[in-house]
Write a protein that binds this ligand. Structure first.
Ligand SMILES: NC(=O)C1=CN([C@@H]2O[C@H](COP(=O)(O)OP(=O)(O)OC[C@H]3O[C@@H](n4cnc5c(N)ncnc54)[C@H](OP(=O)(O)O)[C@@H]3O)[C@@H](O)[C@H]2O)C=CC1
Ligand SMILES: O=C(CO)[C@H](O)[C@H](O)COP(=O)(O)O
Length: 467
């Protein structure tokens, strides 16, 4: 009986694509699934790759199929299903075996699971996988958190199947236990902000400049050839170019304006706040999705409050500069959260390497990430502050006026730009060495005798309003 180098449990969209990717790279992969009927069908549909896939219906046989120490990748919903599967499979494993959760998981749960499995000399890896179904099949970006022992087991397989940027595989061991899942969570937070800002630019052009989806598609397609080149711009251009086969209308016009969310954007915001940060652009994007789902309330508000929006006269170059500045600020917020978490959990995250792992395969891949990795590699940026990197500061200096112009025009015309507006608020707050929190300190002392720190003097002070 051929022994497989890795086992995959969960042959849904992502698990089946990863299994085929591994098989194509010459690895023997044991496969199984909760719904057993699908296992044989999946292998049958794999064509010539079927020789490298080893289907098993029973969990015991699946585990027995694997070389030891074993490596088992779960591609199932995180949360209760993952805990249940850990409970079922643990008695079948031996010291030194590794279980990987490749789903989008709350990193707190990953840390808890890793600690629990370590009690049995078992290893638990939290691995962020990005790139959707196509990425998983032909080259995802992967963010690994776990022990060195697990990384040594996984490295040859993951480096072989990963996306490549100029030959460099977009995968790495980023830290222990929850580090990989945390980095993937923040990746998704950045993804939320970037998607929302693209939607806002679309809204400005559609509602403020009466441009057709096809015209906006052309602009995004042009952007995708220059400094704004990125997967999300590319797919938005493609989406806007499509026509609904049923009605002949632009496809986007028959899609309801209410977007769902599975949790990673919200987790990013919650963790940012827990770490004493604010990721206001990501929060704006999460909030915008929530508001989008309040369709009935919005329709009522349009009737009662009026939905009129003014005409905007913004050229494509101004919009492009504005978007570039805002995109840098979105990445910057993500890296600030990573820096805070790295300190809190003692992960020693390598920000340059994270940017490199995101350069290909993942949803937020963009031309900027190579510059971002250079910025982190070239200097010791305090607390991961990307906006202080000379190259980024230079681009911001050039492009912020455009962002100001776009946000000001949009707000004056009644167009909602929550994420672009948040980008500017973040930038304007961070560039003030002396801000306005002196007033907050004074207010807190006035109403609650909380005391305040005073410039040039140690200790806690109270204002003359108490004498
Ligand atoms: N789709 C995407 O673009 C991405 C998804 N992910 C993550 O990957 C994971 C899998 O997603 P995806 O492949 O899209 O999901 P699918 O819905 O396509 O597949 C889900 C898989 O999980 C199995 N499953 C569901 N519930 C249970 C359970 N209680 N016990 C055991 N197995 C169960 C299903 O088995 P059955 O066939 O029996 O229902 C199926 O194999 C998720 O955590 C998701 O967040 C990560 C990155 C991108
Ligand atoms: O991880 C992903 C992409 O990177 C998944 O597609 C995820 O589902 C996206 O999040 P949401 O469903 O909340 O938009």
């Amino acid at each position: 009986m051929a022994r497989a180098q890795i086992g995959i449990y969960g042959l849904g969209t992502m698990g089946s694509a990863l299994a085929l990717n591994m098989a194509e790279h010459g690895f023997d992969v044991a496969v199984t699934n909760r719904e057993r009927d699908w296992i044989a069908d999946f292998v049958k549909e794999a064509g010539p790759l079927a020789d490298k896939l080893h289907p098993e219906d029973q969990l015991e046989d699946f585990v027995a199929r694997l070389k030891t120490p074993r490596v088992i990748l779960f591609m199932i919903p995180s949360g209760a299903p993952m805990d249940a599967m850990i409970g079922t499979i643990t008695p079948l494993l031996e010291a030194g075996d590794t279980i990987i959760d490749g789903g989008n998981a709350d990193f707190h749960a990953t840390r808890r699971r890793a600690a629990k499995m370590a009690e049995h000399d078992l290893h638990f890896v939290g691995m962020g996988v990005s790139g959707g179904e196509k990425g998983a099949r032909h080259g995802p970006s992967m963010m690994v958190g776990g022990t060195d022992h697990s990384w040594q087991q996984l490295k040859p397989i993951l480096r072989a199947i990963a996306a490549r940027f100029e030959g460099d595989p977009c995968v790495d061991h980023l830290g222990p236990d929850g580090a990989g899942h945390f980095v993937k969570t923040v990746h998704n937070g950045i993804e939320y902000a970037d998607m929302q800002m693209i939607a806002e630019v679309y809204g400005i052009l559609r509602n403020g400049a009466s441009r057709s989806p096809a015209q906006i598609s052309d602009m995004f397609a042009r952007w995708d050839k220059g400094r704004l080149k990125s997967y999300l711009i590319e797919i938005t251009a493609k989406v806007l170019a499509h026509t609904d086969p049923d009605t002949g209308h632009p496809m986007v016009d028959v899609i309801k304006d209410a977007a769902g969310q599975k949790g990673t954007g919200r987790w990013t915001v919650v963790e940012a706040v827990r770490l004493g940060q604010s990721a206001n652009m990501i929060e704006a994007a999460v909030g915008a999705r929530s508001w989008s789902s309040e369709k009935t309330a919005r329709m009522a508000a349009e009737r009662i409050l009026g939905g009129a929006r003014g005409t905007l006269d913004l050229d494509d170059d101004t919009l492009a500069d504005a978007f570039l500045a805002a995109r840098i600020l979105g990445y910057a917020q993500g890296f600030r959260i990573l820096a805070a978490a790295s300190q809190e959990y003692d992960w020693s995250l390598d920000f340059a390497r994270i940017a490199e792992v995101w350069r290909a395969g993942c949803i937020i891949r963009s031309a900027l990430l190579d510059d971002i990795s250079d910025a982190f590699r070239g200097s010791d940026l305090a607390e991961g502050q990307l906006i202080l990197a000379p190259k980024m500061a230079q681009v911001l200096e050039t492009c912020i006026p455009a962002l100001r112009q776009v946000v000001a025009a949009a707000i004056a015309g009644g167009h909602a730009v929550p994420a672009l507006g948040a980008a500017l608020a973040f930038f304007d707050t961070m560039r003030q060495g002396y801000g306005t929190a002196n007033i907050i300190q004074a207010q807190r002392d006035f109403f609650g005798y909380h005391g305040f720190e005073r410039l040039g003097q140690e200790g806690k002070h109270h204002g003359p309003w108490w004498t």
